[in-house]
Design a binder for this molecule. Structure first.
Ligand code: ATP
Length: 465
């Protein structure tokens, strides 16, 4: 776990990620993204939007509400299925609803089950003690009952008697489904097409640890890709999304392909409405874990919302003249999990060329918080400082650059390597004579001289290379 500890410590020390509410003793599963973290996170989100919305002709975007009508979560099944008391059999891994288990058991014996409204503790007492066996393997080896209601409840209205319960969205996807009709009516989309959304989701997670991997609130990037199963092959669409997801992780985020793998959900793990679910997993220091889910959700969601709202959510196929309730394939990712992967994959240690150690974040330049840092060779030589400041001010108009005039050059390189700044620009005495600067490369540590007049285009070319 050394790597993980190093990454967590670097993240805090250099302002990527801080523990949540730290001055009040912390809040489990919550974190703050610091001055550098917010830049990295935005860069990842921008890259995601660029690839999945702007570069495609079959995608549009959406920004729906965090608080939706509570009926949305009833229709989607979240209210019912996120609120269950679950219990696992350690013998055969059967996961079942604790209340159903008791009800079935008592009914079989002719007893009248009264389990509604019982707490987890009360359900536990009824099940444990060997009284109720596993219906699958007949063992008496249950985990304790746990409530898995992941939806965060809130209240709309400020007068207590007029308040109504609402939920913070547990996923961004439902916002897409409920705006489906408006999107179809207002834009010239034709099947197959997708709707992408980036935004916060909230889940009452109880599992602790693993840094920002699982948090109470997280930034989700979800795509609902709608198609007509009579016209398009879902297998082909599924496969093309697999490739697009992998390409984004490897090419856009620069992740080592060796640390990725796909896992297909077995039947018992898959949601009942899903025909196929596969997860793209990353080899985190705590093991291979879900990074990005890809699910064929059929027409389950649109059908549910159609049924519960009464609205017609079908769309007209102008070629066949048929009305179609589209099916959907959903790639859903947590941006924070991408962020953690990017930090872990980029973390490296090397020597500084002078027998010292240096930490390097080998971030892709497009993702790096600062693309370059500008230094005057000496902080107490006014002409150097002025020349460097002019370069810094000019570059800042188009490229996010850092300024540093503390300590010696070696220390400044060290500090920039640690936060992943790809290039350092030094203004020295030669600059004052010939208007050139030294550019030092983070990964190769090589230096070259570039005229100030060509600096911006030099950096831009390197960034997009
Ligand atoms: P897990 O099994 O890890 O709880 P999930 O299968 O519930 O995840 P989905 O509902 O498929 O997750 O959500 C899509 C994506 O959102 C996941 O692949 C993951 O990247 C991200 N995600 C889900 N829950 C969290 C969380 N609590 N914190 C950060 N990211 C999350």
């Amino acid at each position: 776990m050394d790597l993980m500890e190093n990454v967590i410590s670097l993240a805090k020390r250099r302002g990527f990620v801080f523990p949540g509410s730290e001055i009040y003793g912390g809040l489990a599963n919550s974190y703050e993204y610091g001055p550098l973290g917010v830049e990295l996170k935005r860069n990842i989100m921008d890259a995601w939007w660029q690839m999945f919305v702007h570069e495609r002709t079959d995608m549009v975007g959406l920004d729906s509400s965090i608080i939706l009508h509570p009926a949305v979560w009833r229709a989607s099944g979240h209210v019912a299925s996120f609120a269950d008391a679950l219990i696992d059999c350690r013998g055969c891994q059967l996961r079942t609803r604790a209340d159903h288990l008791i009800e079935d058991f008592l009914k079989e014996r002719g007893e009248n089950p009264a389990v509604e409204g019982k707490s987890a503790e009360e359900l536990d007492k009824l099940i444990q003690g060997g009284r109720i066996p596993c219906p699958n393997c007949a063992k008496f080896d249950w985990t304790p009952v746990r409530h898995f209601n992941l939806l965060f409840e809130t209240k709309i209205g400020i007068v207590p008697e007029d308040q109504s319960t609402a939920y913070l969205r547990g996923e961004t996807a439902q916002g897409i489904f409920i705006s489906f009709k408006n999107i179809v009516d207002s834009s010239r989309v034709r099947l197959p097409f997708g709707v992408a959304q980036l935004g916060k989701s909230f889940r009452n997670e109880i599992t602790k640890g693993n840094f920002i991997f699982r948090t109470l609130e997280f930034e989700q990037g979800e795509i609902e890709y709608f198609f007509d199963p009579a016209e398009q092959s879902w297998e082909k669409i599924f496969d093309s999304w697999k490739q697009a997801m992998q390409r984004f992780v490897v090419k856009t985020l620069g992740i080592n392909e060796k640390n990725l793998r796909w896992r297909t959900h077995p039947d018992e793990e898959r949601s009942f409405y899903s025909k196929r679910t596969e997860d793209l997993e990353y080899n985190y220091p705590f093991g291979y874990k879900e990074l990005w889910g890809l699910a064929y959700r059929t027409d389950y969601d649109l059908k549910q919302h159609q049924k519960m709202s009464g609205a017609d959510l079908s769309m007209l196929d102008p070629i066949s003249g048929r009305r179609v309730l589209p099916h959907v394939i959903e790639p859903a990712v947590g941006i924070n999990r991408l962020f953690l992967m990017v930090l872990i994959d980029a973390y490296d240690e090397g020597d500084d060329g002078k027998n010292g150690k240096r930490t390097i974040l080998k971030l892709k330049p497009t993702l790096a918080p600062y693309k370059a840092a500008v230094f005057p060779l000496l902080a107490n030589k006014q002409p150097l400082v002025e020349a460097a400041r002019a370069i810094y001010d000019e570059l800042k108009k188009s490229i996010n650059v850092a300024w540093d005039d503390r300590g010696n050059i070696g220390k400044r390189y060290f500090a920039q390597d640690e936060i992943g700044t790809p290039w350092c620009v030094t203004v020295d005495f030669q600059t004052l004579e010939d208007q050139t600067v030294t550019i030092r490369d983070r990964d190769t540590m090589k230096q070259e001289r570039v005229p100030i007049s060509e600096l911006a285009s030099f950096l831009n070319k390197k960034i997009s290379a």
